[in-house]
Design a protein around this ligand. Structure first.
Ligand SMILES: Cc1cc2nc3c(=O)[nH]c(=O)nc-3n(C[C@H](O)[C@H](O)[C@H](O)COP(=O)(O)OP(=O)(O)OC[C@H]3O[C@@H](n4cnc5c(N)ncnc54)[C@H](O)[C@@H]3O)c2cc1C
Length: 307
């Protein structure tokens, strides 16, 4: 379904993110997770894409499997750094034929080689990809006359590559002006960062729905990986204090992480968040526990959960 229709029908959306496993065992284990999460009837699920095309086929296979073997509505991520226009066009053509409704348009992290020049690639920034998808939409190659719905990434605490936070909002506005329909944020642990980001978007004239990215801490190793991957995310003392209290007990660490994320979600829902997007890391337990804390039950055969 086109993302504009998803947002117009639902005051709050719930969605899950998966990454494509590299082994057949990983793929089967992910499918078990998906079967456990499917009864929650998420409004969409998204599938990550390895920067530079490293998971091009795996992402496509998972998206197609979700589309054909489940009731879920998959949104593929697509990164543009290092891709040629022809490659991206071929990816879009395939998804259009398969009836995929939306794409999350990203830059992807550039290679860390000295000879790489972002400006010289066919796509320097995500805004270029958004414009390219819009032009593709205008060709009428997609079964929906509006073409693909388009999402982009937002960074409540700022993107580490752009220390100038005013310019950064200009760049985000450029993605929306180029045709993005919604924003999904990087994970964050202090809701004040999200609310301030939302206010700054409003001041910048960004009017599209902003979906909050949520990733519960499930282990201390996971916490360290998050700090590496999400570059710049702050870990509030309140969270760290609770984790330190139980650092020798992995089960309790996971419990603290789920409790903290549940409180975050309750507060976001109470403050009119447009959507909650769960970075599942291909596991279902933490997400199911958070849903249960929020009073959201599985709803097979019924309406989707409402708040
Ligand atoms: C929700 C979400 C999903 C993600 N999924 C994936 C994924 O599937 N695969 C993956 O590899 N990565 C993924 N990422 C990571 C993302 O690709 C990186 O963080 C990347 O560095 C930024 O991507 P972007 O789309 O925001 O890029 P952009 O909007 O292009 O921004 C990249 C950097 O360039 C700056 N910039 C933008 N426009 C300009 C301009 N005109 N001039 C100068 N500077 C500019 C920005 O401020 C920022 O610092 C995801 C991130 C989020 C938040």
């Amino acid at each position: 379904m086109h993302i504009q229709d998803i947002f117009s029908k639902n005051p709050t959306t719930f969605s899950f993110e998966f990454f494509p496993p590299k082994t057949p065992e990983g793929a089967e284990s992910l499918f078990q997770t998906i079967l456990e999460l499917e009864p929650y009837l998420p409004h969409f699920v998204s599938v990550t894409y390895g920067a530079g095309g490293s998971t091009r086929e795996l992402t496509h296979e998972l998206v197609l499997r979700l589309k054909t073997q489940t009731t879920l509505d998959p949104i593929p991520h697509l990164t543009c750094v290092c891709h040629k226009e022809a490659e991206v066009r071929a990816i879009l053509e395939r998804y259009a034929v398969e009836g995929i409704g939306n794409i999350l348009a990203l830059a992807g992290d550039p290679p860390r080689t000295p000879d790489y020049r972002r400006e010289e690639s066919d796509f320097a920034h995500a805004a270029d990809l958004v414009r390219f998808i819009r032009r593709f939409n205008d060709t009428g190659a997609h079964p929906d006359r509006r073409g693909f719905g388009i999402g982009v990434a937002g960074f409540p605490e700022g993107h580490p590559a752009t220390p100038n936070r005013l310019l950064e909002m200009d760049y985000l506005k450029a993605k929306v002006d180029a045709g993005a329909d919604y924003i999904v944020t990087q994970l964050f642990f202090d809701n004040r960062d999200f609310y301030d980001f939302r206010d700054r978007c409003e001041l910048a004239g960004i009017r599209v729905p902003i979906v909050a990215g949520i990733m519960p801490v499930t282990s201390l190793g996971g916490l360290k990986r998050m700090a590496e991957l999400s570059g710049g995310t702050r870990f509030p003392a309140k969270l760290l204090r609770a984790l330190h209290r139980c650092q020798d007990d992995p089960e309790m660490v996971a419990h603290v992480g789920v409790h903290y994320a549940s409180e975050q979600c309750l507060d976001l829902l109470g403050n009119g968040v447009r959507g909650l997007h769960f970075y599942t890391l291909n596991r279902s337990t933490a997400t199911r526990q958070i849903f249960s804390s929020l009073g959201l039950r599985t709803a097979r055969g019924q309406e989707k959960p409402t708040v």
